[in-house]
Write a protein that binds this ligand. Structure first.
Ligand code: SF4
Ligand code: SF4
Ligand code: SF4
Length: 266
């Protein structure tokens, strides 16, 4: 991957590359440029995951005329597809460089497409077509399922880690932080309003990367919740979030985007 990034920078096809760099023995997000090309020696391309598209969004809004590269896995590519369609990023200004995930990660994620459309690192492994998480959830009666989730939500310490780690949370005003909507000074946050509000907001946006669940200090299985939301969207609207580069998600058609990259470009 370092060679590919070097090539893109040297040929002037990108002005920067958003990836991970080993710093103090830890992977951290980094913008690789022609000026700091030596840093590519410490480029991290293993199984470590990070919401790089979130970093890319911030940089793209700050430098809208630049073309930036970004390291993508299958889920990140799904995320880019949605971010383009939600007018958060311009397709012409982003160059993805792919990495295919190993089978163990695909299984842990229950990922139906653990690779992007092109990749320079890793090998294609089969996707996982069924979710044991959802199967387990669906064996419970509705009443038991409600009790299970209310119990899980009661563990929430309202740290917003799930939202902050989510590459698809891009609203300028966050309704789960709106004091007119969610009571302040209360733990756990209003149950289930806090969690179900976010789940509704993820309709047609969640690309099932699982970073929210990894970030949660209370071990709440939020990924399962969003997988369930994704399945409902797929069943009702025949829409698989992030899969299609053109068709818009059901909720994308309902209102104005919260922020439009073309406004930044003006
Ligand atoms: S969801 Fe997991 S397995 Fe699928 S692309 Fe993302 S990191 Fe890889
Ligand atoms: S899995 Fe979680 S972090 Fe990833 S897109 Fe969905 S809600 Fe956001
Ligand atoms: S990361 Fe976990 S504890 Fe923090 S707000 Fe989200 S669900 Fe609650």
């Amino acid at each position: 991957m370092a060679e590919k990034v070097k090539e893109l920078l040297n040929e002037g096809r990108i002005t920067g590359f958003v990836g991970l760099r080993k710093q103090h023995n830890q992977p951290a997000p980094h913008l690789f440029t022609k000026e700091n090309m030596a840093d590519l020696e410490n480029l991290v391309v293993g199984d470590v995951r990070y919401p790089l598209n979130k970093v890319l969004l911030k940089l793209a809004h700050r430098f809208p005329k630049d073309r930036l590269g970004v390291m993508v896995r299958g889920c990140d590519e799904r995320g880019l597809n949605e971010l383009f369609k939600w007018n958060q990023l311009s397709r012409d200004h982003v160059t993805p460089v792919g990495i295919a995930c190993p089978a163990a990660l695909a299984e842990a994620c229950e990922c139906y497409k653990p690779y992007p459309s092109e990749w320079v690192v890793g090998e294609k492994t089969e996707g996982i077509s069924h979710s044991k998480r959802l199967e387990k959830n669906e064996t419970l009666t509705q009443e038991k399922r409600l009790q299970y989730w209310l119990g899980q939500f009661n563990k929430c310490i309202k740290c917003y880690g799930c939202r902050d780690a989510c590459p698809m949370c891009f609203c300028k005003v966050c309704s789960i932080q709106d004091r007119n909507f969610i009571l302040t000074g209360k733990l756990p946050p209003e149950n289930p309003t806090f969690h179900l509000s976010r789940a509704v907001h993820m309709i047609g946006r969640c690309i099932d990367c699982g970073l929210c669940e990894e970030a949660c200090p209370s071990d709440i299985p939020v990924r399962t919740l969003y997988k369930e939301v994704g399945k409902i969207v797929e069943n009702l609207f025949d829409y698989r979030t992030g899969e299609d580069t053109k068709a818009k998600s059901p909720l994308n058609l309902l209102g104005e985007p919260t922020m439009d990259i073309s406004d930044v470009n003006k």
